[in-house]
Design a binder for this molecule. Structure first.
Ligand code: MCA
Ligand code: AMP
Length: 513
């Protein structure tokens, strides 16, 4: 039987000379391809020794490190399901994810062991390990005693590889179930479409608990046997300094605007680079133009989702499917990737005409299997003919380029992180003295968009806006906290009684100008 375990595909692409450097870190460490192979074998053997049921969830909330990447590879290798969690998540968020996913193994930072293990053990998790960003913790201590050889467990395309929680527009977060086939097919398509070369060097600057940093960047480098320069945290000065030794950079728009603010960013400094890729949030046309003017490089913008991995991309080289188009068009997310079907549907359920706006729907080998333990929610998000409704609103121009013009889902994308207003409003509405609230996204020069909260207090109640934000901060991930909070006497409503957030957004659009 063929083994289509994603790890096997990544491992098969390792260079023949396993002693070559695979990863160089910002604190000066070098990891060879052999190191990645052996360390992931040891951790996979540790997971095997726990005799877990097949496809157990391994939930991981740790700081970025090469060892955290090793844990991801080991989880695939051992046939389990990786569940990465943003390090900003607080106890209420972690309690929900662990309770919902019922992981057999939880790995957390040594400093968080107290509260995380309490949540995990209460939820029935039997194994809680720690992993620090300085190679400390019980996971590596235990793995040190294991063999450094391991045969990847046989997985089929349809078997789960990872669960990524995405916040829900209403209600709680949903776990998007991604299979080995979803992730492998996407990595293989991008390998060709972005013209990866074994001598490419990727600057890995993003966190590794979301699709962009974990899948697009890491799979991209590994499946091409390309070296990574590994930044534990994005630092614009260091990233620019490394341009002279690297060829590929991937970032959310905030990373590009922060680099543009550095005087060291010049065409000469970027001359060695081959490809700059942006995604996860809309790239402003000014950023696209400024980058071109300063560096001579045209950023390649692409579009994806946790549920789908990458869907569209501007061309890297000539795209024969579109008359050999090579232009990377600012303000667009390019063409549907090979193998991805993308259509734009009107409210009447019919395809719109070229250039007209509608809901974006997608189908292809990269589209997820469904939401974890939410069959009804999954069914709602798919059409009868198997297209996934993205919740993004867009159009396809006469040349085939896709434009994202908005979202039908009420979502704020702040610095590349998703914030769902309904979740924040839920917390505010529960606070004493609050009648109701509305959270909106407004333009922000650094994060692209940030949340602003508007709330109505009960007559006579003493509600303090700063206190509301402080209270949210103690319960939610920091990037979800609205940057401002205002008390208002009413919220504009349409005839159906729904709050007109477009009016509120318009009123507050210059707050951070
Ligand atoms: C940090 N802060 C933020 C954000 N990040 N506020 C709003 N939005 C943010 N994204 C706030 C913190 O709450 C804190 O506020 C203060 O900024 C400093 O925090 P710090 O952690 O030091 O910030 P930073 O290191 O400067 O982080 C900014 C960042 C980071 C580097 C832009 O947000 C980041 O790495 N973003 C990338 C996210 C990403 O990888 N997205 C891909 C998702 P206070 O001091 O008040 O507490 S994958 C995806 O979307 C799809 C599938 C796709 O297409 O890729
Ligand atoms: P996530 O839930 O983190 O997977 O975020 C997915 C959402 O990010 C998509 O549905 C889009 O709304 C947005 N997104 C990703 N890439 C882009 C892009 N290049 N331009 C505009 N929006 C994007």
């Amino acid at each position: 039987m063929d083994n289509t375990n994603l790890f096997a595909a990544l491992r098969a692409a390792f260079p023949q000379d396993l002693d070559r450097v695979a990863i160089e870190t910002d604190d000066g460490l070098h990891y060879s391809w052999r190191d990645l192979d052996r360390a992931s074998a040891m951790v996979a053997n540790l997971l095997d020794s726990l005799a877990l049921p097949s496809a157990s969830r391994v939930a991981v909330q740790v700081e970025k490190s090469v060892e955290a990447l090793v844990l991801y590879l080991a989880t695939l290798r051992a046939g389990h399901v990786f569940l990465p969690l943003n390090t900003a998540y607080q106890s209420a968020e972690i309690e929900y994810f662990i309770g919902n996913a019922e992981p057999a193994v939880v790995v957390c930072s040594p400093g968080q062991f107290g509260w995380v293990s309490k949540i995990a053990f209460t939820a029935g998790t039997r194994h809680v390990f720690t992993l620090g960003d300085d190679r400390t913790g019980s996971l590596l201590e235990r793995a040190a005693h294991m063999s450094d050889r391991h045969t990847p467990v046989v997985r089929k395309d349809d078997d789960l590889a990872a669960i990524l929680y995405t916040s829900g527009t209403t209600g709680r977060s949903k776990g998007a179930m991604l299979t080995h086939g979803n992730l492998r097919s996407n990595a293989e398509v991008l390998k060709t479409y972005w013209g990866w070369r074994p001598d490419d060097v990727l600057i890995h600057a993003l966190p590794i608990f979301h699709v962009h940093g974990l899948f697009v960047a890491i799979h991209g480098a590994l499946i091409n046997g390309s070296k990574m320069f590994w930044m534990s945290k994005f630092d614009p000065k260091l990233a620019i300094a490394k341009f002279s030794e690297a060829t590929v950079f991937m970032g959310v728009p905030t990373l590009y605007t922060r680099m543009l603010a550095e005087p060291t960013l010049t065409a000469q400094q970027a001359a060695h680079m081959r490809l700059f890729i942006s995604g996860s949030a809309p790239l402003l046309i000014e950023t696209f133009n400024d980058w071109k003017a300063r560096t001579g490089h045209t950023i390649l913008e692409r579009y994806g989702m946790s549920e789908t991995a990458m869907l569209t991309s501007n061309p890297c080289t000539a795209d024969a499917r579109h008359g050999g188009a090579t232009e990377r068009r600012g303000g667009t997310v390019g063409f549907p990737l090979p193998g991805v079907e993308l259509r734009v549907m009107g409210d009447d359920g019919n395809l719109v005409q070229t250039g007209e706006i509608g809901g974006i729907q997608v189908r292809g080998p990269n589209i997820f299997k469904g939401y974890w333990r939410m069959p009804e929610k999954t069914a709602e998000e798919f059409t009868a003919d198997g297209f996934f409704k993205t919740g993004d609103v867009g159009r396809i121009d006469e040349r085939g380029y896709v434009n994202i013009v908005g979202r039908s889902k009420d979502l704020i994308i702040s610095g590349g992180y998703n914030v769902y207003p309904a979740e924040i409003e839920g917390y505010i509405n529960e606070m004493p003295g609050v009648v109701e609230s509305a959270v909106i996204g407004v333009p922000h020069p650094d994060f692209g968009e940030v949340g602003v909260a508007l709330l109505i207090a009960k007559p006579g109640a003493q509600v303090d806006a700063a206190q509301v934000l402080a209270s949210l901060k103690s319960r939610l991930a920091n990037f979800k906290i609205p940057k401002r909070c205002f008390l208002v006497t009413e919220l504009p409503r349409n005839t159906m009684g729904k709050v007109q957030k477009n009016l509120l957004r318009d009123q507050h659009k210059s707050l951070f100008a």
